[in-house]
Design a protein around this ligand. Structure first.
Ligand SMILES: NC(=O)c1ccc[n+]([C@@H]2O[C@H](COP(=O)([O-])OP(=O)(O)OC[C@H]3O[C@@H](n4cnc5c(N)ncnc54)[C@H](OP(=O)(O)O)[C@@H]3O)[C@@H](O)[C@H]2O)c1
Length: 321
């Protein structure tokens, strides 16, 4: 299953034929996505922008959901400069706000497009304690709860698209290797907004664990319904992006000692693009990938009871918000 640290450093390909050195363009070489529509959250910058660029390069109509429209339009321009035929639409999306998520879903539905692929990519990391617009700890709200609600709002459209076209729908949640560093028990259900016990690193790990649990629970639900939609999660690797803005000194120091384990942005978008588009993953669901190969995530991430508890808890939080 795992191809290990040595392969990460050397870039040696794993069983999929790809590895840590593979780029998003390489893993999607020759794939025709011109009959697909994809949403990429946080597609204005970083790994999300590269994901949007490569999906568009393969012909997909890409909808970038971004809270900063100026950045997103710059991102769109960056894609169009290289590929004038790219189909890219920008829509406002602030994952910290239930209202904004609902407006995004409404605007997307108004476009009357199909929906084949949803990339839950946007994220923030290691920020000081803060509450979202709906009063929820901001890393949990942005990284998990916003995507949980967005996915539920778009699911009907994805199911209808898959049914009408016969093409498998795919949902990809961007998690992280940091899903292994969490508060005790994984998710602080009773103290999610607890400022006193807040640890910025563990709050990030908690939200990234939630990304995997969400993908796995949704995958089970899609299977039970017989919906032609797969749901997987990925760790993109270590990539120096704006994600490090709250920890730039720490991450630069870490990078000095772990330089060989870092990737560039095209490599960072590879696992997402591989899981979203590659034909070899047809029917593969409820799995966790890194370096374009399947890995086993932490024990907590594989806990079905915890995944169900998170599902119910998230529904309750959305309703109360
Ligand atoms: N880079 C890494 O080493 C690494 C490692 C493991 C996992 N990941 C995961 O990969 C994903 C992408 O990270 P990245 O490195 O590409 O980071 P990035 O360059 O900071 O991009 C993140 C994107 O998410 C957007 N975003 C943040 N909060 C948002 C909100 N409330 N509503 C809508 N969009 C929001 C950001 O927009 P703004 O510019 O407006 O904030 C930005 O466009 C994240 O989920 C991250 O956890 C990254």
């Amino acid at each position: 299953m795992g191809i290990g640290m040595l392969s990460l450093i050397t870039g040696r390909a794993g069983p999929s034929g790809f590895g840590s050195a593979s780029t998003a363009e390489q893993v999607t070489q020759g794939i025709d996505a011109s009959n697909l529509t994809a949403i990429v959250t946080g597609g204005a910058k970083g790994i999300g922008l590269e994901t949007a660029r490569v999906l568009a390069l393969r012909g997909a109509h890409v909808v970038i959901g971004a809270r900063n429209l100026e950045d997103a339009n710059k991102g769109k321009q960056h894609i169009m400069n290289e590929n004038g035929a790219a189909r890219v639409t920008v829509l406002k999306l602030d994952l910290c706000s239930i209202k904004s998520i609902e407006e995004f879903a409404k605007s997307f539905n108004a476009l009357d497009l199909p929906l084949n692929i949803l990339i839950n990519n946007a994220g923030i990391m290691f920020c000081p304690f803060q509450l979202s617009k709906d009063g929820i700890e901001v890393q949990f709200a942005t990284n998990h709860l916003g995507h949980f609600h967005l996915t539920n709002l778009l699911l009907d459209k994805m199911k209808r698209t898959a049914k009408a076209t016969g093409i498998e729908g795919r949902i990809v949640n961007l998690s992280s290797i940091a899903h292994g560093l969490t508060p005790e028990g994984g998710i602080k259900f009773n103290r999610i907004n607890d400022k006193e016990g807040y640890n910025d690193k563990k709050a990030y790990g908690q939200s990234k664990l939630a990304n995997i649990l969400h993908a796995n629970e949704l995958s089970r639900r899609m299977k039970a319904e017989g919906a032609n939609i797969t749901v997987n999660s990925v760790h993109p690797g270590l990539i120096m992006t704006n994600l490090m803005k709250y920890s730039s000194i720490l991450m630069r120091i870490v990078k000095v000692f772990t330089i060989l384990a870092w990737k560039n942005v095209p490599q960072g978008a590879a696992t997402t693009c591989f899981v979203a588009l590659h034909p070899s993953l047809k029917g593969v669901t409820g799995k966790y990938f890194q370096d374009c190969n399947e890995y086993e995530p932490s024990k907590l991430a594989r806990n079905k009871v915890l995944a169900k508890e998170l599902w119910d808890f998230s529904n309750k939080l959305v309703r109360s918000a």
